[in-house]
Design a protein around this ligand. Sequence first.
Ligand code: ADP
Ligand code: MG
Length: 293
Amino acid sequence: ATPMSIMVGVGRGARAGVLIKNAAALERLEKVDTIAVDKTGTLTVGKPAVTRVVPADGFTDTDLLRLAGTVEQPSEHPLARAIVNAASNDGTGPIRPVEDFDAPAGKGVTGTVDRRQVAVGSGGFLRSLGVDTAGLEQQADDVRREGATAVFIAVDGRLAGVLAIADPVKPSTAQALADLREAGIDVVMVTGDNPVTARAVADRLGISRVEAEVLPDHKADVVARLRAEGRVVAFAGDGTNDAPALAAADVGLAMSTGTDVAIESAGVTLLHGDLTGIARARRLSQATMGNIR
Ligand code: ADP
Ligand code: MG
């Protein structure tokens, strides 16, 4: 492609809200046949909120929100923000310091609050810490079938409750996916969330292929697997944990609303902070590249 045609293509993309950083990204965009998309913050708004508190025997709603809100305080994860907000709305009092804080990526958080050991995260994470989650699995599955995330809380190794955390789908997502499908592009959901939650959201959006419970380090492996199937793969994401997948894809598509690390790892920034404009930008890039061949 000539520098002139690339400038034209980049300019047209920008008008569709798709900021293309370099010639390579523009040239590859037109050949993309598969888009792998992160769920939280990409398909969904990314501002989850606690919608239900399910305490185990011996705990109250306020206990749960106070303990979980305290241990989530240092975390920047969207689920942590939801829990901290719910705790402060519940008026659980001033947040106290948390000691021995740890936050294994894609799993949850642990810390000591008032000399009590608190763990907050996925069922699998709590089980890996030796917590028996069976007592609330039924309730957690109800939460997941609604398309919400079930977050477990344990205190001193004992199951203390489950929080339902819901993150609505972006208003623009359904149309953006319809445009991609019409352009003949396969859409694959890739998420760290539970398979039941992921499936519920995917069904609502007509996405058939779902890769769930993918740890942050492994999102790039999913991209590599799709490429090994002979596909030309774009990955769309917003989070720091999406950066390796954005870099591994033929084209990385970062939400402008995402973290700096995500934006830096991608060849393309989606200026509206959603999937709108990808199909249009791809058409424009095909037209541009077609003109100059
Ligand atoms: P996604 O791919 O949807 O952005 P992540 O990979 O960040 O999700 O997280 C995967 C799962 O790990 C979450 O669904 C949740 O169960 C758990 N998790 C991660 N971080 C936290 C946290 N700070 N608090 C509670 N749970 C967490
Ligand atoms: Mg995300």
